[in-house]
Design a protein around this ligand. Structure first.
Ligand SMILES: *Cc1c(COP(=O)(O)O)cnc(C)c1O
Length: 423
């Protein structure tokens, strides 16, 4: 498919693109219901078929048969570190810099606290945390909670656009908490350039990779980042609520202290001593006993991500998001859909979002037709493109179904006006 030939777009052309897709074989590794086009892998990734077998093994053999001996026999105790080393490879880090544990929210708390602590030692007058007004809310909520807890006069300074970063950075800034791909708009930061700006101001940066890990090539070391956190249940297909990851640049590891200093982060947890001594490496960012079942399924998704060529993933992701935008522009132009995703490929992650005045009901009606995207306030329809299991014809069919829902105003049906707890 070529952007230069929009008139050539057709379902047949999409089918041909699927046939020559170098990532096509990965579709069979995921279990998706018949008749569903799944465009929500940026919220909950699809289930790798192998995850069922792995979960059964942990339940029946490891837990059911080997019982508590599994902490050693099946290396449960090392899972957060072993899987962390794999994630490190995905995000351009070294094995000892990353662990998979807890939630992204909790890991933001730990890394922000650690970064503020490092800065307090270096220059206690820095009291500003720069972040984004449009950031995923939990990032801001956790920062607020920590600010209140520390009670040292820290303040959030929120920017509305990546272009405002430079102006927001001064000698009063301690830390920048930035999200590489915006969850709503899909806008992508230039991580290297932004990190350089933050460092030039004497501040540290924490990157939230929730919407980029598994979808966008990431190299934290090349970008010279300080800390990073991210989900494994989105593009890494780890399973509902699978533990997040936390990455700490090697140069900070010896000094970085996190406040949830539980026994799993202790250098010698089974000595059961009354005083805390932090473990070497990223293990010190663990707190308590880990969810082994969720770690086990997370590893299955991460192992798939390690087998794919990340450049091929990026190329297909950009081709599919571009196709989606082009089809909406050419075939749905008569509807009030406002694109909020950057069209510049250098500034776009792996999802496409539109505002529509009846966004919530439109998404409900679309889901009823088997095209699963999601809805985010205010009025935003989100379409996540996970290149490992979404194809060109899927995009064609999804846009055609959206056209049907809008042309026939199917969203007006009363059942599509009611909201559940999760949208
Ligand atoms: C999905 C997402 C989160 C989710 O955090 P949890 O603690 O796993 O609920 C956080 N930040 C960003 C940017 C996200 O996209």
């Amino acid at each position: 498919m070529s952007a230069a030939e929009p008139s050539r777009d057709s379902r047949d052309a999409c089918l041909r693109a699927d046939e020559s897709d170098p990532l096509a074989q990965f579709r069979a590794e995921f279990s998706l219901p018949e008749g569903v086009i799944y465009l929500d892998g940026n919220s909950l990734g699809a289930r790798p078929r192998a995850a069922a077998e792995r979960a059964r093994e942990v339940l029946e053999q490891e837990w059911g048969h080997d019982l508590i001996g599994s902490w050693n026999k099946h290396h449960w105790f090392d899972l957060p570190v072993r899987i962390g080393a794999k994630v490190a490879r995905l995000v351009g880090g070294d094995a000892g810099e990353c662990v998979v544990t807890d939630t992204t929210s909790i890991n933001i708390f730990k890394t922000l606290s650690a970064a503020l602590d490092l800065q307090r030692d270096a220059d206690p007058s820095r009291r500003i945390i720069v972040s984004e007004r449009e950031n995923f809310p939990t990032d801001l909520y956790v920062a607020e909670g920590l600010i209140r807890l520390l009670d040292r006069g820290y303040e959030l300074r929120l920017i509305d656009d990546p272009a405002e970063l430079g102006a927001a950075l001064g000698s009063d800034v301690a830390v920048a908490l930035l999200t590489q791909v915006n969850y709503r708009s899909g806008e992508l930061w230039d991580m290297g350039a932004a990190t350089e700006l933050v460092h030039a101001a004497g501040a540290l940066v924490i990157w939230d990779l929730c919407h980029s890990a598994g979808a966008v090539p990431i190299n934290l070391s090349a970008a010279n980042a300080d800390f990073a956190v991210g989900c494994t249940y989105k593009y890494l297909n780890g399973g509902p609520g699978s533990p997040a990851f936390v990455w700490i640049a090697e140069r900070h590891l010896a000094e970085a202290r996190q406040p949830l200093s539980g026994w799993w982060g202790h250098a010698r947890p089974f000595e059961m001593r009354p005083e805390f001594a932090a473990a070497e490496g990223a293990r010190r960012f663990l707190s308590g006993t880990q969810p082994i079942l969720s770690l086990a399924t997370a590893e299955v998704g991460i192992d798939i991500a390690l087998r794919v060529d990340e450049d091929a993933v990026r190329e297909k992701s950009l081709a599919l998001t571009e196709l989606f935008m082009r089809l909406v522009e050419t075939r749905l132009a008569h509807h009030p859909l406002t694109l909020i995703t950057p069209t510049d490929p250098a500034r776009r992650g792996s999802h496409v979002s539109y505002r529509h005045p009846e966004g919530f009901a439109v998404m409900k009606a679309l889901i009823a037709e088997g095209v699963i995207g999601d809805y985010r306030e205010p009025g935003v329809l989100r379409f996540g493109i996970a290149p490992l299991y979404v194809g060109y014809a899927d995009v064609w069919d999804a846009v055609e179904t959206l056209r049907l829902v809008l042309d026939e105003e199917r969203w007006r049906a009363p059942e599509f006006q009611v909201r559940g707890a999760v949208t």
